[in-house]
Design a protein around this ligand. Structure first.
Ligand code: NAP
Length: 273
């Protein structure tokens, strides 16, 4: 790839952001389509979000992803927000608005549904799902599932946040195991499982059934212990890399107007994990 005076710059803001797989995924996509674009990680401290967005917009940044902890903080600095951002209260994709600023979208929701569709067959309009977690990603997943007509149960360490999303289940392995027996789909949207080789003790295990769909939006090299344990019990598993891939593919199209080279992006993610 040659970087020259015409190169368009996209990137991701987060704190920390060095671990992000998005640069590998998006640069592979630009290369696959021979686009003169580059994607970089911008470490932006929480107190610098407004300044960073103003500066990046002024410098002609052609598209941004937003990750932890800025998904809510960016919203007031955007000129407009999509229906998804309005409903979810978090943004992960910023698109130049043509007027020196950014408009905000949330592609996590659509990315989750595409990953689910790619891995499993389920009629969500007849399904009940258990969403574990109530942070930004959980709100996106809950909104996505509801948009297809799913009924939800929600569980979170901080119960008041779960209650804002739907009927709650106490956040304990025993209560979650019991809830699992009556749902078609279980999704872990907490950050539990990011580290360590053991299945996190608060996540359900004994209640998971063969044939049940179990999704973990946490991604890490080799997958998460909880999802591996679910697969051992015969569950149909959906890993977090699929959501990462499809939210990125959606962002890519919004910035470039091009069809995303999904296979190239998937290979780049596999190489990077
Ligand atoms: P967030 O807004 O900070 O929410 C974190 C969630 O995890 C909250 O529900 C929080 O509970 C819970 N949690 C954190 N530590 C916990 C602990 N020790 N015990 C129990 N619950 C705990 O973060 P987020 O944006 O929702 O992201 C959550 C995870 O999803 C992260 O690992 C992120 O990398 C992943 N993610 C993946 C994708 C993808 O494309 N695959 C996209 C977005 C996010 P409280 O409310 O009680 O604090």
């Amino acid at each position: 790839m040659t970087i020259d005076g015409h190169t368009k710059v996209a990137g991701i803001i987060g704190w920390p952001v060095e671990h992000s797989l998005s640069p590998a995924m998006h640069n592979a996509a630009f290369e696959a389509l021979d686009l003169n674009w580059v994607y970089v990680a911008f470490p932006v401290a929480p107190e610098g979000v407004g300044e960073a967005l103003t500066g990046l917009a002024a410098a002609g940044c052609a598209g941004l992803n937003v990750t932890i902890p800025h998904k809510q903080a960016v919203i007031p600095y955007c000129s407009s927000v999509s229906d998804a951002v309005e409903a979810i209260g978090a943004a992960n994709t910023l698109i130049p608005d043509g007027d020196g600023g950014f408009r905000a979208d949330n592609t996590d929701a659509a990315g989750f549904l595409r990953a689910l569709d790619a891995a499993a067959t389920i009629d969500l309009s007849r399904a009940q799902a258990l969403v574990i977690g109530a942070g930004g990603a959980a709100r996106a997943v809950a909104w996505a599932l509801r948009s297809r007509g799913a009924r939800l149960l929600v569980s979170n360490r901080t119960d008041t946040k779960a209650a804002a999303l739907g009927p709650t289940v106490p956040f304990s392995a025993s209560a979650l195991d019991e809830a699992c027996s009556s749902v078609d789909l279980v999704v872990n949207c907490t950050s539990l499982g990011l580290d360590g080789d053991e299945v996190p003790e608060d996540l359900p295990l004994d209640g998971l059934r063969s044939g049940q769909i179990v999704a973990d939006i946490v991604y890490r090299p080799g997958g998460t212990p909880w999802l591996a344990a679910a697969a051992q019990r015969g569950a149909i598993t959906v890993d977090g890399l699929g959501m990462l891939l499809h939210q990125g593919a959606d962002s890519f199209t919004q910035w470039t107007g091009a069809e995303p080279p999904v296979e190239a992006m998937k290979h780049a993610l596999r190489r990077a994990t």
